[in-house]
Design a protein around this ligand. Structure first.
Ligand code: WTA
Length: 656
């Protein structure tokens, strides 16, 4: 584990009270109200969650037991039956929400679509029936490899409707990365599109699927369902590939939601860890539905008339919980955008806010930093007065970016919710409630009701106020990951053994360093393991190293994060070459390309440095701390006492 960089702790004293205008209309509008809720949950968490589950969700059958906690394995609402697609769709149909916009979609080349709850219900039922025709049934695994089009959300809800678990794979992943995930999740049906639009380009997704499935390399996959989006030419393989628009003509729009057990698998989502290949994070139905439903209400102070826009991709957990399930379960209007902000279209985000009158805007610090670079004239020349609340997620936000967001986008009128959470937690864990909690730029403030957080050392002892330590969670919550798919032992090792249980108290280890200040506010400093966060994308340094050494020229590789003004961190790779190869600019480019092919463009190293040797300890461990220092341009002279061969350092300095 990496040392916790206590020196890097921010000294930020500014505090912003929830704006009066906001407080007047907010549902939870005082600190006392937050405290009451928090204390109620703390006193009797099971009763707290049970009351909400009964009042907020539709159950076909009530549970027998709220929580079954056999550490580290939790079951919530044991014996309860429900369906999340029913909660997101059917139950809104007998209400005034029937013809309300469920999804407002803005497509890249100027396309757009508004889908009401009634229409969404119909399409999800048809899609579900199409999946059934292709042989998918309850308990099967279905992969979704799609651009950001409404059919991505429709496909997720259709899977949930028939009880097939989905695994959404980000459309930016390469065929190789896709194949690994299809194999691990034992996927039966793949849902994809011919192509999607991203950053002024068409990404030919179906071609990647064909590559991943070539030579029967994923024997479990039987069918591929293809949505036509870009009119990209694609070879349809008979008996395997089917067009969605063909099936849609024949399938019925009647598909009752399957009664799922609360603990039935809802989805698997792959994420990077310290070791090995990405882990399949397992989420189940009831607890996840409840927690994402409640947190969407709390964090976004959701009101019936809100137009809510989260800019994430459905390939990540943020897209799952806060584009699709959380908002739709609450009957909200959720905006989906196919593209991403980019320099060639610097005003596009602000145009969308103006066009649809977006009231809540949820995005990532890396995007904010890029917008600052593009210039204030773009947001300043749009009408953003519809906005009432702003949010951020994915990485620590630097106070400068926070203040810009507050002034230029929020016009000092909108509270900012800085939300800390992870793929594993399923929903937001630490965040201000915008009408109740004063914010400080760079702090995610206080834990949500039902969340017990403590900053501890590796023995599980609480550290002092303002001292750096490890962020740990001390009590189960409904949307916690249940296990690593097919690997409960890895679940235990990755999350529950770094800080060993003490007197029956278990600690969920998040992998982040943090501190708690005198107001009890949390400041997350970033990962303390070998996970790096590049433009809000989570990557394991080992995955990138494995990709590098799979190239014939590479003998050894060590990857570290280098601080980057916009991306937060960039990928910096140190590489030693096999004897017959010599360092060159073109080889560096080839290696970058190779990593992009193996994993995806998001993992392409920003810099590659060739070196004759890597710094190792006497026991042969690569000294990453030293490499991180070198990559960041720091003086690492004082850091070398355990280095086996001191001359390596000079060679590395030459390489830099
Ligand atoms: C980081 C994304 C600081 C953190 C939802 C965590 C944050 C990892 C914040 C999870 C935040 C997320 N402040 N750091 N508000 N939100 N992180 O699984 O390091 O893609 O462990 O989930 O992102 O990334 P993941």
């Amino acid at each position: 584990m990496n040392d916790i960089a206590i020196e890097s702790i921010l000294q930020e004293e500014r505090k912003f009270n929830p704006p009066d205008q906001f407080v007047q209309k907010a549902k939870i509008n005082s600190f006392e109200q937050y405290q009451q809720l928090y204390n109620k949950a703390k006193k009797d968490p099971e009763a707290f969650w049970a009351e909400l589950a009964a009042n907020e969700l539709h159950w076909f059958k009530k549970w027998e037991q709220v929580l079954d906690w056999k550490p580290p394995f939790a079951k919530w609402f044991v014996g309860g039956k429900l369906n999340i697609s029913y909660n997101c769709l059917d139950r809104h149909l007998n209400t005034a929400r029937k013809n309300k916009a469920a999804i407002i979609w803005e497509g890249e080349p100027g396309d757009s679509r508004t889908i009401t709850y009634a229409q969404l219900h119909r399409e999800v039922c048809q899609f579900a029936n199409a999946l059934k025709e292709l042989g998918a049934k309850k308990g099967d695994k279905v992969a979704i490899y799609m651009p950001m089009i409404p059919e991505a959300a429709i496909a997720m809800l259709a899977c949930a409707r028939i009880g097939a678990a989905h695994t959404v794979i980000f459309g930016g992943f390469s065929a190789e990365a896709l194949k690994d995930r299809l194999v691990d999740a034992e996927v039966k049906v793949v849902i994809t599109a011919d192509g999607g639009y991203r950053k002024d380009k068409v990404v030919a997704l179906k071609t990647q699927v064909d590559l991943a499935l070539a030579e029967n390399s994923v024997p479990s996959v039987q069918k591929v369902l293809v949505v036509q989006r870009s009119k990209e030419l694609t070879q349809m393989q008979p008996e395997r590939d089917y067009w969605w628009h063909d099936l849609q003509k024949t399938v019925s729009a009647d598909c009752p939601a399957e009664e799922m057990d609360s603990e039935d698998l809802l989805f698997i989502l792959y994420t990077s860890g310290t070791t090995g290949k990405p882990k399949g994070v397992v989420h189940t139905t009831g607890g996840y539905n409840l927690y994402t439903h409640m947190t969407t209400q709390w964090i976004f102070d959701l009101q019936e008339t809100d137009v809510y826009w989260c800019t994430a991709d459905v390939g990540w957990i943020t897209g799952h919980s806060y584009i699709v399930y959380g908002p739709l379960s609450n009957g909200a209007t959720t905006v989906m955008y196919e593209g991403v902000s980019r320099p060639s279209n610097p005003g596009c985000m602000w145009d969308i806010i103006e066009k649809y009158g977006v009231t809540i805007f949820y995005t990532a610090p890396t995007a904010i930093r890029a917008w600052i670079k593009m210039g204030d004239s773009y947001p300043n020349s749009r009408n953003l007065t519809s906005l009432r609340l702003l949010g951020t997620v994915g990485e620590p936000i630097n106070p400068e970016a926070w203040i810009w967001y507050h002034r230029i986008i929020g016009a000092e009128r909108c509270p900012i919710v800085d939300t800390w959470w992870q793929t594993e937690t399923g929903g937001v864990m630490i965040s201000p409630l915008p009408g109740a909690i004063a914010t400080k730029p760079g702090s995610c403030t206080l834990p949500l009701p039902g969340v017990l957080v403590e900053i501890v050392d590796l023995d599980g002892n609480a550290v002092k106020t303002n001292e750096g330590g490890y962020l740990a969670i001390k009590y189960p919550w409904p949307s916690m990951m249940r296990t690593v798919y097919n690997n409960p032992e890895r679940f235990r090792q990755s999350y529950w053994e770094h800080i060993p249980p003490k007197d029956g108290q278990y600690f969920y280890f998040a992998g982040d360093g943090a501190r708690e200040d005198t107001d009890g506010y949390f400041w997350v400093m970033g990962r303390v393991d070998d996970v790096i966060n590049v433009a809000g994308h989570r990557l394991g340094t080992m995955e990138i190293e494995s990709a590098l050494v799979s190239h014939q020229a590479v003998a050894e590789a060590a990857v570290v994060g280098k601080p980057d003004e916009i991306k937060g961190e960039d990928i910096f790779a140190f590489v030693t070459l096999e004897g017959s190869y010599s360092a060159s600019e073109s080889l560096a480019n080839e290696l970058k390309q190779h990593v992009a092919r193996e994993i995806g463009a998001i993992a392409r190293p920003g810099e590659i440095r060739f070196t004759e040797a890597l710094p190792k300890t006497r026991s042969g461990k690569i000294m990453r701390r030293l490499l991180r220092g070198l990559a960041a341009g720091q003086d690492v002279a004082g850091d070398t006492s355990t280095l086996e061969d001191l001359s390596v350092l000079d060679k590395l300095r030459e390489a830099i």
